[in-house]
Design a protein around this ligand. Sequence first.
Ligand code: SF4
Length: 375
Amino acid sequence: MPVPISQMWTVATYVLKQKIAGRKRYPFVLMLEPLFRCNLACAGCGKIQYPAHILKKELSPEECFKAVDECGTPMVSIPGGEPLMHPQIDKIVEGLVRRKKYIYLCTNALLLKEKLDLFKPSKYLTFSVHMDGQREHHDFSVCREGGYDLAVDGIKEALKRGFRVTTNTTLFDGADPNSVRQFFDEMMALGVEGMMLSPGYSYDKAPDQKHFLGRARTRRTFRAILSNRKKGWQFNQSKLFLEFLMGKQQYACTPWGMPTYNVFGWQKPCYLLQDGYADTFQELLETTAWQNYGTESGNPKCANCMVHSGYEASAMDHTFSGLGGLWAAMKATFRVKYEDPDALDLLHEPAKPVHSYNPLIQIDKAKSQLEETRA
Ligand code: SF4
C-alpha cells in the first residue's frame, strides 16, 4: 500500500511553493514532542533521562496547535516520550486532522490496542510503530521482554480497524543485516503501509554509549540491508535518503528541515542536540548559528550523524532542486532491486550476538520506574 496520492501532492506542492518563494531555509516536517514521559526505558534513547519534574510536563493541545500553525509544515511527526501517554492526545490529533496535517504518531504500541477507541481512521493519521527488528532484537533494544508481541498485537488491531500503520526502525552497531531483512518480510506480511529506517544517534544522555554506528559502518550496514531488495518491501520515506544511507548520495545536514518543538520551546538546532531554545519558529530560524552544525562544520557532535531528522529533508530538497534531483528521485523510486553482488557477500559475514551486553529491564521494573515519575 503506497503513501496516498493526496499526501504526495500536498508535500510536493508545499516544497515547490517554498522553492518558488526563494526560501533558503524551510521546514519540511515538524517534530512535535508533547511530552518526554515513556512506558519504556530504551538503552539508546536520550529523551527519557530527564529528571522527574520535566518528565511530568506536557504540552497542551493549544500549545501544540500554535506551534503547528507557526511552522506551517504539511506533515507533523509526534514522537516523545510515548505520545499515547499524553492525557489529551486525542484532542491534539483531532485538531491536527482538522487542519489537514498528515500526522505520524510515533508509538511503541504498548498502549495502542487499548487507546484505539480514542481515534478515528483518517488518511491524515498514521500510527508509526517503533519496531527495532525481530522479536529477540526488538525486546533487547527496548529493554523489555514481550514488547515485540504487544506491538504486533497493536499493529494488527489498528490495521483491522482501518488505520494507516507504518513502522519506524532505528539501527545500532551490531545490527544483523539478515535479521533486519527477515524483519522487513515480517512487517510487510502484517500488512503495514511501509517502513521507515534511521541509524541511531549517539545521545550523550543515552545509557548505552558503546553501540552507535559511525558513518562508514552505517553505509556498510545499510548497503548490506538495502541492496538486492525484495520486491514487496515498501519504504515510507524518501528513496534518496535511503540511497544516502547506502553511500550512494552525499548530503549536507539541513537541521531546520525537521524542527523540534517541545516543553522547552523550539529546540536549537535539531531534534537531537539541545544548544538552547527559541520562543518562536521565526526566532529559531534567525538566531541559530546554523553554520556550526552538520558533518562538514567540524562539530564533533555532528561527526557521525546520518539520522533521518537531519538528512531526510536534505534528500527532499535535492528532489525538488531541479531536473537532476527529480531524475535521481525517479530512478531511486523505480530502481526496485539495487542489485549488488558484493553486498550479498556482506550478508554472509558472521553476525555479532544480539545485544548480549544489554540487560533486559523486566516489565515490573519498567512499571515501577514509571510510577516513580508520576508520584
Ligand atoms: S548533523 Fe545530526 S546532530 Fe548535527 S545538526 Fe544535523 S541532525 Fe543535528
